[in-house]
Design a protein around this ligand. Structure first.
Ligand code: ZN
Length: 333
């Protein structure tokens, strides 16, 4: 049976995405902090497979192939430019194996660091970079294309253009650094409109900022366009005057105490749904535990059907002893 496509699913209601791969795999020892390149797909495929399984079991309806930064120029910085095809192939294949018929698999393009505003030759180089990755990802059977983490609207528009050539649905999201605008100074409203006008099926924001500093811009996008919107914030607490977590001195190896709780990410999913976001996912710092609470908040987590006889003569767990279950009942009220 053919899987229901992303656009069909979005028409039916919110779709739950997955979390952040590179930072989580870095924490586990499989990715190098600094370059953050994704050769884990070749070097330690089991580690990547395991993280996909965790997101799937937590309720993610889409698994993104870990091809973020799997572009020629970026891989060249770690001497792996000749393994581009192999790497993109392996990443999509692993995601597809784990997805089975339960999740969709998104191919993935990311910022190239090659874009320069107003430069035709830089734009052509970005085009070539995207096409090279897409050819392999499409060949391996991705369900749709995600282009993400673009500070430059200009680069995001090239991702829409190249993504559309595949004939698959295209989702492209930008990121705002420490100012509430793209690198060329475009507002949330202008950005959403430009991406939709270029033909993107789903537009929005991802990475760099936590929900608190991303949702206000998403609300502006919601008012500006009527198409599908995606939101994938990071799960790190950042100050208002420096909302981009990668600009903090804690990046990358002292972020642990800044990580948001599962409950905070669950609350984020509820808020995103309330403001009319269609694709609700997350980015760096978001592990499977966060996704599970987001799934619960969106009503996508099945009730646990295992036996638990509580309320007996004696409390048989700290949960009962301190009355947390009563608190829970009162809350549901
Ligand atoms: Zn991220």
């Amino acid at each position: 049976m053919k899987k229901k496509g992303i656009l069909e699913r979005l028409k039916e209601g919110p779709v739950l995405g997955d979390g952040g791969y590179l930072l989580e795999l870095e924490k586990r020892g499989w990715v190098r902090a600094g370059p953050f390149t994704p050769e884990v797909a070749l070097m330690y495929p089991e580690a990547l497979r395991e993280l996909h399984v965790e997101f799937r079991e937590a309720g993610s309806e889409v698994l993104q192939a870990l091809t973020f930064y799997a572009s020629r120029d970026k891989l060249a910085t770690v001497g792996l430019e000749n393994r581009l095809e192999e790497l993109n192939r392996a990443a999509v294949r692993i995601a597809r194996e784990v997805a089975g018929d339960r999740c969709l698999v998104a191919g993935n393009l990311s910022l190239t660091w090659m874009y320069e505003p107003g430069s035709q030759s830089a734009a052509d180089r970005v085009r070539k970079t995207f096409d090279e990755q897409l050819a392999v990802q499409v060949d391996e059977g991705i369900d749709f294309v995600i282009g993400e983490t673009f500070s430059w609207l200009g680069e995001a528009l090239i991702a829409v253009e190249r993504g559309k050539k595949t004939g698959l649905p295209v989702m492209v999201t930008v990121c705002f650094e420490n100012k509430d605008e793209t690198a060329e100074g475009k507002s949330a409203e202008e950005t959403a409109k430009a991406l939709i006008d270029a033909g993107a099926d789903i537009v929005g924001m991802n990475c760099l900022r936590p929900p608190q500093h991303m949702l206000p811009s998403m609300e502006k996008m919601r008012k500006a366009v009527s198409g599908f919107l995606a939101c994938q914030p990071v799960a790190f607490r950042t100050p208002k005057e420096k909302p981009d977590f990668t600009s903090l001195p804690e990046f990358p190896v002292a972020l642990d105490p800044l990580q948001l709780t599962r409950k905070e990410m669950g609350d984020y999913a509820t808020q995103a749904q309330q403001i009319g976001i269609n694709y609700i996912g997350a980015c760096c710092g978001t592990a499977a535990a966060h996704i599970r609470e987001m799934a619960r908040a969106l009503g996508k987590l099945p009730e646990d059907s295992r036996i638990w006889n509580r309320g007996g003569e004696k409390p048989m767990s700290a949960y009962e002893y301190y009355g947390h279950d009563q608190f829970e009942t009162a809350k549901k009220g």
